[in-house]
Design a protein around this ligand. Structure first.
Ligand code: AMP
Ligand code: GLY
Length: 424
């Protein structure tokens, strides 16, 4: 059998989960990460190449006979890594810079939705702060203020009061806290309902939906406190019916992929719409052009088909030839974050107890941001670890994952986590 060498770009829990799954493929030989984390070294080799240094990445790919590269992070995709690799006729999984605009430019995404009748919140874009404030005062709260460009998941304020909305506009447009990403803002109708994450593999024409998932964005229990990159996931969601999944496919994912194909910018990679299940049906909150983190950690525990074959089929535009199978179990991921997150993070804090579960077949711990200090792992950022488990029921999965956390299990000083993942 032909064995393939893989390069994964990025350094989150998502990349660790992807590498962990790829390692199980009989078609995969060496797995490299650029730059990776101490966790990714458990499944492959790290290189210290900067993900934005495309020239060095290409040199590495050629020198190490890499057969397939997978680009994880949104900003690397938006910078055109896929365009550059394709110019060199190198295989890479992910959307081109143009297609990645579905995430990198909220204005582009909103246009696509309008042109293709994809349900989403009503909105208006502004480049003038005073006009934005007038519009906000006229509409009243709750209202949602979003920086149009990429702002590392922090560019969205769900304002409960007019004052909150005005200060969000000031932050983005006057104080420029998101830099250029906030030069243009989108002001959006507040959507009420439960949030659902949808992922779909796409080769530009064919799509294949993952099971549904739910992320938990705010830092504290009860969805309180500031938004984070995501504090935990469950998949699939028992309350979403087949009928609703079909509605999501027919009204949202298919028209988005078809719409982009029609525009001459086909989307290859993973399309990840964040949805709100409103009383009028599913509506798009945002589109992401990549795998979710920590959605991927739960998903990789459920995927039964060889992921190399899927990613390769997307790149070769042969997704229709693959039948993707998912386990019937339920998976969860509980994120352990460092003290101060999401505002700040503490690095170098010793992590205890990892070894207790290292060989437990029920538990897989993915590393978001860790470093090795001698033989021990220490924290190296905001979100530190994602503990995953599966079960026949959600309760069983959650019980297993939570039972690993605490003074007798996995813990570190200042550790924060939500105790209500899967409970909302
Ligand atoms: P985003 O970065 O666009 O996913 O937004 C971050 C979070 O803000 C989402 O996960 C939602 O919880 C919330 N949010 C964004 N847009 C809206 C909206 N129009 N209505 C209600 N909540 C929203
Ligand atoms: N799950 C949040 C994100 O990946 O954006």
């Amino acid at each position: 059998m032909v064995k393939n060498n893989i390069l994964i770009i990025g350094s989150g829990g998502r990349e660790h989960a992807l590498g962990w799954k790829l390692k199980q493929s009989p078609k995969v030989n060496n797995i490299y990460f650029a730059p990776g984390t101490a966790g990714t070294e458990l499944v492959g080799k790290n290189t210290d190449i900067n993900p934005f240094d495309f020239e060095s990445l290409i040199k590495f790919v050629k020198e190490n006979s890499i057969d397939l590269t997978i680009a994880g992070p949104d900003d690397v995709l938006a910078s055109g890594i896929v365009n550059t690799f394709e110019k060199h006729e190198l295989k890479i999984f992910g959307p081109t810079k143009e297609a990645a605009q579905i995430e990198s430019s909220k204005a582009f995404a909103k246009n696509l939705m309008r042109e293709n009748n994809i349900p989403t919140a009503r909105y208006k874009t502004f480049t003038d702060a005073e006009k934005a404030k007038d519009y906000t005062r006229k509409h009243g709260a709750p209202i949602v203020i979003k920086a149009s460009g990429l702002a590392l998941g922090k560019g969205v304020v769900v304002a409960k009061t007019i004052n909150e909305a005005i200060s969000a506009i000031n932050d983005a447009m006057i104080k420029k806290v998101f830099g250029d990403a906030g030069a243009e803002i989108v002001i959006e109708e507040y959507l009420e309902g439960k949030e659902v994450s949808i992922h779909a593999f796409s080769d530009g024409k064919t799509i294949s939906l993952f099971p549904t998932a739910r992320d938990h964005k705010p830092i504290h229990d009860g969805n309180r406190g500031p938004n984070t990159g995501g504090m935990g996931t469950i998949a699939p969601l028992s309350e979403i019916s087949e009928k609703e999944i079909n509605e999501i496919k027919e009204k949202i994912v298919t028209p988005a992929i078809q719409g982009m194909k029609k525009m001459g910018i086909p989307f290859t990679g993973c399309l990840y719409p964040g949805l709100m299940m409103t009383k009028d049906g599913p509506k798009v909150i945002e589109f992401n052009s990549r795998f979710g983190d920590p959605e991927m950690e739960s998903y990789m525990r459920l995927l039964e088909t060889d992921i190399f074959e899927i990613l390769n089929a997307c790149v070769e535009k042969k997704l229709s030839e693959i039948n993707i199978k998912w386990s019937k179990k339920i998976a969860c991921c509980i994120v352990l974050a460092s003290n101060g997150y999401p505002v700040s993070s503490q690095k170098g804090i010793a992590i205890n107890g990892l070894e207790k579960f290292a060989h437990d077949p029920e538990i897989t711990t993915f590393h978001f941001a860790t470093k090795k200090n001698g033989n021990n792992f220490v924290t190296n950022g905001g979100r530190v670890l994602g503990i995953t488990a599966t079960g026949e029921t959600l309760n069983e999965a959650l019980k297993k994952a939570y039972s690993t956390i605490g003074p007798n299990g996995i813990h570190f000083e200042g550790m924060q986590y939500r105790s209500d993942i899967g409970r909302l």
